[in-house]
Every structure is written in structure tokens, then in C-alpha cells.
Design a protein around this ligand. Structure first.
Ligand SMILES: Cc1cc2nc3c(=O)[nH]c(=O)nc-3n(C[C@H](O)[C@H](O)[C@H](O)COP(=O)(O)OP(=O)(O)OC[C@H]3O[C@@H](n4cnc5c(N)ncnc54)[C@H](O)[C@@H]3O)c2cc1C
Ligand SMILES: NC(=O)c1ccc[n+]([C@@H]2O[C@H](COP(=O)([O-])OP(=O)(O)OC[C@H]3O[C@@H](n4cnc5c(N)ncnc54)[C@H](OP(=O)(O)O)[C@@H]3O)[C@@H](O)[C@H]2O)c1
Length: 461
């Protein structure tokens, strides 16, 4: 049994089916649609990344595998019920919340987490109503400089004629087509040496047609610690080189009407601003200049405030400082790290690791296991590790594998008794076909169905 049908869940299912010829694998997901962030996170203009769903679909169609869409761990079924019904339960439900900045004004209107904004433009049914106001401001600030921040900047700045050919949600395309946002600031609390993005994604945003890019050349000067950091990381070296090249080749000022991307380094947010007369909407951000301090031999430099402040005006803020997992009832959870405590995927019954007590038959994989970092393929290695732990435990007789458990039939009965409308993989197939058909009418790979009611109706067919 796997909960969560993102990359971590599917890679685990694939490895389990291969390693254990007698195993049956059921995958539950709270959405009627499978594939997790490959559908609702990966940017619409990255179609090549989504090809992996063909591999995941082959897994779902394996006769020993079953998909239970629209089944939520925690509300449709509890963890202890799953535990009673299956020999092995693998948790793969990702990270569906956000790190918070924790500064005054964070709940003002016009401030969203990148997760919410991404779910909006990718047509996740929980956020298709978000409707961020892109019309009453020309400036957006994105906090963070990781790959998600770059995705969000690209979506805001890329010509909509290009986005129109992608599977971006219709409501988002319509809103971006009338957007008045011309300037996007990407704010990092540390410097260009520490930027968390990767070179391919940076090159892509820098290459947006007709874009004015601004980087302060002074920000590119390096300390000896910076040099040391760069010598250890090829990724950071390539990012730094690209930023340096962009800084030296930039024009002195934008030409009229040109969209602008500003990289702001060494600034940390201290307060979201509002004016007295605009009804709780964000109007800007107070930033504190920072310097970097080496963290007592850790090799990591942290940003430290200097007491010098400046304000940046904007009407939209997207916080892209990382996702966060949430616990479900009865699950050991490390609130500080936002992960399920585990050793090589085996869930520990407490966070302290001392003494080490394992939760029998309970495993974890993906972002819920490692924290919210890593690309799709990282979850393949992560799944291999978790499945290796399961196999070892089966070999050593740690699991109660000889006891009869109700498994798939038991789950089906329980969900039926609760009137849960299960969406099987054949239901997803119907959604998939309808979306592709609607997409072809608009010259797009698919037009996503973005409302719960319609998704369930189409799945029922
Ligand atoms: C915005 C964004 C863009 C990205 N772009 C790329 C990219 O271009 N290339 C790349 O290689 N990587 C990309 N990544 C990284 C990649 O998406 C992740 O590494 C990967 O999706 C993590 O897999 P996961 O299975 O752990 O989590 P997820 O993909 O989040 O899957 C979790 C699944 O669990 C389900 N779920 C949640 N709660 C419950 C519950 N209570 N009960 C049942 N099911 C539940 C969810 O519906 C979801 O289907 C991106 C990440 C983000 C956030
Ligand atoms: N195309 C792709 O391959 C692709 C696309 C999207 C996402 N992904 C992957 O998905 C994962 C998640 O990406 P992500 O961008 O969400 O996370 P991330 O890579 O961890 O970046 C988070 C950013 O937020 C900053 N930050 C964190 N806490 C902060 C705070 N309190 N105040 C200000 N800034 C703060 C970090 O700065 P510090 O460095 O100073 O902490 C960093 O710049 C990554 O592994 C990413 O590579 C891949």
C-alpha cells in the first residue's frame, strides 16, 4: 500500500512489484488525478519533464497494482486502519504546506506562497479559485532564489503567446494575458554564490524573449569563503558564471515597455508593508541588508542583518522559500524538520532516535522522508532505498507477512461503507482523454479540468 501517487509513490510501487512477484500494491491519492507534482508542480512549459507519467501509467496498469483516487489519508481512511489492512504501508504524500517567513504582515492580501500560485496556474482543484490580482500592480516580488522561484518568475514574464501552447490552466492563461506586471524582483537573503537554483533553469529565465535583466555588479564580488564554496560545487559555479555573464552583458536601462527581471541579493524580508487606505493589501516589503557569516566550521555561510533597511514597492508577493510536509493522526513527525523520522525509509516511533524503535510495517519515501528538495529522479534513488529496507525486513521475518490481512478488498469495503467515491485508474483515463480532447481544440497538449465536481463527474463517465 502506498499513500500518494507522485514520483516517490510510483517509483516505490514499480520497485516493489519488481522485487516481490507475489506482492499486490494499492496506491491511494487524495486527488482524482495521479502523478503528484508532475501534474501540479512541474511548470507547464516543461513538457519533457512530464513524459515520466508514461512510465508511471505502465506501473498503474500492472495487474498487481490498483489506483484509488479521491481517497484521502486522514479523512477517508486513517493510518491505523491502513496499518490493520496491509502488511506494509509506505507513506509518500509529499509536502502540501509551506515554510512561513514569520514577519509582520504575512497575511495581507496579495501575498501567496509559491505552492498556491503554482497550483493555481497548474489547475490543481484546491486552488483554481485563487484568482491573484495581476492587474492592479506592475511589480511582483518573489522571495527565494530556488528553482520554484525561477519557475514562477518565468510564468509571470514569459510572453503569453508561448504559454498558450502549453498545458497551463485556462483561467491562469487568461489572467496572465491581461496582467500588468512588468517588473519581477527575485530576492535572496544570501549572494549569487549561494543562489539555490540550477544552471539550466537560470539560463531559461535569462533567455526569455525581450527581457531586461538587472544584477548589481557589486553583488558579484567574492570572499575567500565564497571561493571555497564555489570550489566544492560545480552547480554553484555554473550558476555564478551565468549570473556574472548576465551582469556584464546587461544594458544600462530597460527600453520602454520591456519586461524586467531584477536579481536582488543580500536582502532579507523583515516586514510586509501596507498603506492606510488600501484595505489590507500589500504595498511593499521592508528589506534588511545582510552580510554573510561562516557558521562555525559548517562550510555554510548564513545571512546576518546589518541594521540597514530599504523598502521595495510591489502589489504582489510570492513566497518561494520552500514547501513543508504535514503530519496525519498517529504518525510520528519531526515538526522542526517537517519530515517523518526514519532510518533508510523505516519510520521511527520518535524523533530523538534514542532509543531507536521502529514502527512495524510503516515506511516513508520522497519529500515526506527527505524534506522538500530534489528533482523527480531523486525520488527514484529514494524509493530504491525504502524498498531495500522493506525487502530486508521481509527476509528477516520482521514483518507479520504470514498473517492474513484484508488488503485491497478490505479497503474497498471500508471506503464503500463511508460512501467515498473512489476514482480508479480507468476513471483517470477518462479525465485524461477529455483533457487531451479539449486541449486539441485550443492547440494545447491538454486543457486541464480544474474543478472537483467536474473531475469526479468525468471520471465516472
Ligand atoms: C513547483 C515545482 C516544480 C518542480 N519542477 C520540477 C521539474 O521541472 N523537474 C524535476 O525533475 N523536478 C521538479 N520538481 C520536483 C519534483 O516535483 C519532486 O521531487 C517530486 O514531485 C516529489 O515527489 P513526492 O512523490 O515526494 O511528492 P508529490 O509529487 O507532491 O506527490 C505527493 C502525492 O500525495 C498526494 N497526497 C497528499 N496528501 C495526501 C493524503 N492525505 N492522502 C492521500 N494522498 C495525498 C498528493 O495529491 C500527491 O499526488 C518540482 C517541484 C515543485 C514544487
Ligand atoms: N526544473 C527543475 O528541475 C525544478 C523546478 C522546480 C523545483 N525543483 C526542485 O524542487 C526542490 C524545491 O525547490 P524550492 O525552490 O522550493 O526550494 P529550494 O531550492 O530549497 O530554495 C528555497 C529558497 O528559499 C530561500 N529561503 C529559505 N528560507 C528563507 C527565509 N526564511 N527567508 C528568505 N529566504 C529563504 C533559500 O535561501 P537560502 O539558500 O539562503 O536558504 C532558497 O533561495 C528543489 O530541489 C528544486 O531543485 C526543480
Amino acid at each position: 500500500m502506498k499513500t500518494g501517487s507522485g514520483p516517490a509513490g510510483f517509483y516505490t510501487a514499480e520497485k516493489m512489484l519488481k522485487a516481490h512477484k507475489e506482492a499486490e500494491v494499492d496506491i491511494i491519492d487524495r486527488l482524482p488525478t495521479p502523478f503528484g507534482l508532475v501534474r501540479s508542480g512541474v511548470a507547464p512549459d516543461h513538457p519533457e519533464t512530464k513524459i515520466v507519467v508514461n512510465q508511471f501509467s505502465r506501473v498503474a496498469l500492472n495487474e498487481r497494482c490498483s489506483f484509488f483516487g479521491n481517497v484521502s489519508l486522514g479523512s477517508s481512511v486513517s493510518l491505523s486502519e491502513l496499518h490493520d489492512m496491509y502488511h506494509v504501508v509506505v507513506l509518500a504524500y509529499g509536502a502540501e504546506s509551506d515554510r512561513v517567513v514569520g514577519i509582520p504582515g504575512e497575511d495581507l492580501e496579495g501575498i501567496y506562497s509559491a505552492r498556491e500560485f503554482v497550483w493555481w496556474y497548474n489547475g490543481h482543484p484546491d486552488f483554481s479559485n485563487l484568482d491573484p490580482d495581476l492587474k492592479n500592480t506592475d511589480t511582483a516580488v518573489i522571495l527565494g532564489q530556488g528553482n520554484v522561484a525561477l519557475d514562477v518568475a518565468r510564468i509571470l514574464l514569459r510572453p503569453t503567446t508561448e504559454l498558450a501552447k502549453t498545458d497551463i490552466a485556462y483561467h491562469a492563461l487568461a489572467s496572465l494575458q491581461t496582467s500588468s506586471i512588468r517588473k519581477v524582483y527575485l530576492v535572496g537573503r544570501r549572494g549569487p554564490v549561494q543562489a539555490a537554483c540550477t544552471a539550466k533553469e537560470l539560463r531559461e529565465v535569462l533567455g526569455i524573449k525581450d527581457l531586461y535583466v538587472h544584477i548589481l555588479e557589486d553583488d558579484l564580488s567574492k570572499s575567500t569563503f565564497d571561493e571555497e564554496e564555489l570550489s566544492k560545487s560545480r552547480i554553484h559555479r555554473r550558476v555564478y558564471e551565468l549570473l556574472s555573464k548576465a551582469a556584464t552583458s546587461q544594458s544600462s536601462h530597460p527600453i520602454s515597455g520591456q519586461r524586467e527581471l531584477h536579481f536582488v541579493f543580500f536582502r532579507r524580508p523583515v516586514k510586509f508593508l501596507q498603506s492606510d487606505d488600501n484595505g489590507g493589501k500589500v504595498t511593499g516589503l521592508r528589506l534588511e541588508k545582510t552580510v554573510l557569516k561562516e557558521n562555525g566550521g559548517s562550510g555554510r555561510q548564513s545571512a546576518v542583518g546589518t541594521g540597514q533597511f530599504e523598502d521595495l514597492e510591489c502589489g504582489l508577493v510570492l513566497k518561494s522559500i520552500g514547501y513543508k510536509s504535514v503530519p496525519v493522526d498517529g504518525l510520528p513527525f519531526d515538526n522542526h524538520k517537517g519530515v517523518v523520522p526514519n532510518i533508510r525509509g523505516r519510520v521511527l516511533s520518535n524523533t530523538s532516535m534514542e532509543p531507536v524503535i521502529l514502527e512495524n510495517g510503516l515506511y516513508v519515501v520522497g519529500w515526506l522522508k527527505r524534506g522538500p528538495t530534489g528533482i523527480v529522479a531523486t525520488n527514484l534513488y529514494c524509493a530504491e532505498e525504502t524498498v531495500a529496507s522493506i525487502s530486508e525486513d521481509l527476509d528477516q521475518g520482521v514483518l507479520t507477512s504470514t498473517l492474513q490481512k484484508p488488503g485491497r478488498e478490505g479497503l474497498q469495503q471500508l471506503l464503500d461503507s463511508r460512501d467515498v467515491k473512489i476514482v480508479p485508474f480507468s476513471g483517470w483515463d477518462k479525465i485524461d482523454s477529455k483533457e487531451k480532447c479539449m486541449g486539441s481544440l485550443r492547440n494545447k497538449p491538454r486543457e486541464k479540468i480544474v474543478r472537483w465536481g467536474e473531475l469526479l463527474k468525468v471520471a465516472e463517465g
